[in-house]
Design a protein around this ligand. Structure first.
Ligand code: ADP
Ligand code: MG
Length: 349
């Protein structure tokens, strides 16, 4: 059980700032996702915490202690990587026991501890197998058990499920979360997969170009993205830009739209999630809130829902309708899109 903090951490590679003044607190016992596109600095931050990368500026604190002068192997951290990194010539038992044997733990204690971990990751009975005799998911469980065997303070996971197919990945996500809860360890999890970040984590930090974009609980960030990048990287959004007139934003060709976000400055960008928009026939009773007319250009039926692309005077909008049994709209049909000011979020560009 431990808390980890990064304070004004900057890491440069030549001209490039892989991390640019990053400050972030990972609370004790939390499952924290670092979410960002490839090359955004996620691995660099994880490796800085682990001690494999030395930032030029700032501090990494573990339980309030600056760890700059503590080498990686003494930081009491467990790590799991995407590519398993198991020892191929060792069996499952020896792979998991590795951290104990280098610490000189007795044979009896090792057997007990490895047995407990095999139970935890549901691999009991497979202790004699070699890594190549295991599936990808099983190998990743061994890697997890190996990382946890020394009872580290913090668990760092760098895209640990990235090599697994979708179905298995979803299974492992649930299991990983259960194991993290059971052990109560602070876990920092790197992913570029927004769905994985949403389903797994207590908190998400969105990172882009080495900078922190937004930190918060999954639903908090999803409902209130702070920037255009956050809105489009975590979920899907329709954007509308216009000039601020009192408590409304006038979008060219669309008219005045209401938002419950505070407005400041001369111009504003609005973001609306596709599932927050309703489609109606043009002659349907006018509802309160925002309303825009357009023409359906595409309809994608996927069973539980229907996605429509609607061409409006301000460009195409994507809307997502639950399949509640209503009539579907056809391509070329004129429709109105309506939505609430509460779901109209002002974002920074
Ligand atoms: P992510 O894990 O988010 O994909 P990384 O942290 O691996 O991103 O990399 C961030 C940036 O730093 C990238 O532009 C990458 O090319 C660069 N980078 C990472 N490690 C090195 C290195 N050892 N030398 C030079 N550039 C590096
Ligand atoms: Mg990476």
């Amino acid at each position: 059980m431990s808390e980890v903090s990064a304070r004004n951490v900057t890491k440069r590679y030549g001209e490039l700032r892989a991390l640019d003044n990053v400050s972030l607190d990972f609370p004790d016992g939390s499952f924290f996702a670092l979410l960002g596109p490839s090359g955004s600095g996620k691995t660099t931050l994880l490796r800085s915490i682990a001690g494999f990368v030395e930032p030029e500026e700032g501090e990494i604190l573990i339980d309030g202690v600056d760890v700059a002068h503590i080498p990686a192997h003494k930081r009491d951290i467990g790590m799991v990587f995407q590519n398993y990194a198991l020892f191929p010539h060792m069996n499952v038992f020896d792979n998991i026991a590795f951290g104990l044997s280098v610490r000189g733990v007795s044979k009896a204690d090792t057997r007990k501890r490895v047995g407990d971990l095999l139970d935890l990751v549901q691999l009991s009975g497979l202790d004699e197998r070699k890594p190549k005799q295991l599936s990808g998911g099983q190998q990743q469980r061994v890697a997890l058990a190996r990382a946890l065997v020394t009872d580290p303070k913090v668990l760092l996971l760098d895209e640990p499920l990235g090599a697994l197919d979708k179905r298995l990945r979803q299974e492992m996500q649930i299991e990983l979360k259960q194991i993290q809860r059971a052990v109560g360890i602070t876990a920092i999890f790197v992913t570029h997969d927004q769905e994985e970040a949403l389903t797994l984590s207590d908190q998400i930090a969105i990172i882009n170009d080495g900078k922190l974009v937004q930190i918060g609980e999954p639903n908090e960030i999803y409902e209130n993205p702070r920037t255009r990048f956050a809105a489009s990287f975590l979920g899907d959004a329709n954007f509308m830009e216009g000039s601020v007139d009192g408590d409304r934003v006038t979008v060219e060709n669309l008219g005045a739209l209401a938002t419950s976000s505070p407005l400041a400055g001369a111009r504003a960008t609005l973001a609306v999630r596709p599932e927050k928009m309703q489609l109606t026939a043009l002659d349907a009773a006018v509802s309160e809130g925002n309303r825009v007319e357009g023409t359906v250009t595409q309809r994608v039926f996927s069973g539980t829902s229907v996605t429509y692309i609607v061409e409006t005077a301000a460009g195409p909008m994507r809307t997502f309708q639950q399949n509640a049994g209503d009539r579907m709209f056809d391509a070329d049909e004129k429709v109105a899109i309506t939505w609430s000011p509460n779901h109209t979020v002002v974002v920074e560009d």
